[in-house]
Design a protein around this ligand. Structure first.
Ligand code: RB5
Length: 145
């Protein structure tokens, strides 16, 4: 189950993402926004972060105008690793290396063609499980150093 959230800057692109997921038979929960009217991106970042942390959803996708505000907000939650990706290489690498659990994109940065390739890559790439990456994620999450 994928948690989706966007503000007005990401609304149009999110419609494309939803249609794409539906066509692929991938289940999602839509945490808003539900129109192109101006709103505040932290609302949706927080809803999606909480849905992922609670286990209600496996991963999340967040879209605002740049992807920046919505990813910064999501990353304030311990246990969330939200990766802002505007290319396929980064989407693959952040799954393999960082076990990112939320993908962020900017609806004013990428077009739908590239965005959907990024989504597909993010959702289909497994974490490498390599010890060095596990260690780095643990260091990220603790006060150990
Ligand atoms: C909204 O205008 C815009 O600031 C927002 O979508 C996002 O880009 C913030 O980081």
């Amino acid at each position: 189950m994928i948690a989706l959230g966007c503000d007005h800057g990401g609304f149009e692109l999110m419609q494309e993402v939803k249609a794409h997921l539906t066509q692929k038979g991938i289940e999602f929960m839509d945490f808003g926004t539900d129109s192109a009217e101006a709103t505040d991106y932290p609302i949706y970042a927080k809803r999606v972060a909480r849905a992922v942390l609670s286990g209600q959803c496996d991963r999340g996708i967040l879209i605002c105008g740049t992807g920046i505000g919505i990813s910064i907000t999501a990353n304030r939650f311990k246990g969330i690793r939200c990766a802002l990706c505007h290319d396929v290489f980064s989407a693959e690498a952040t799954r393999q290396h960082n076990d990112a659990n939320i993908l962020a994109m900017g609806g004013r940065v990428v077009g739908p063609g590239l965005a959907l390739m990024i989504v597909d890559t993010f959702l289909s790439t497994p974490f490498s499980n390599a010890t060095r990456h596990q260690n780095r994620i643990r260091l990220m999450e603790t006060d150990e150093i």
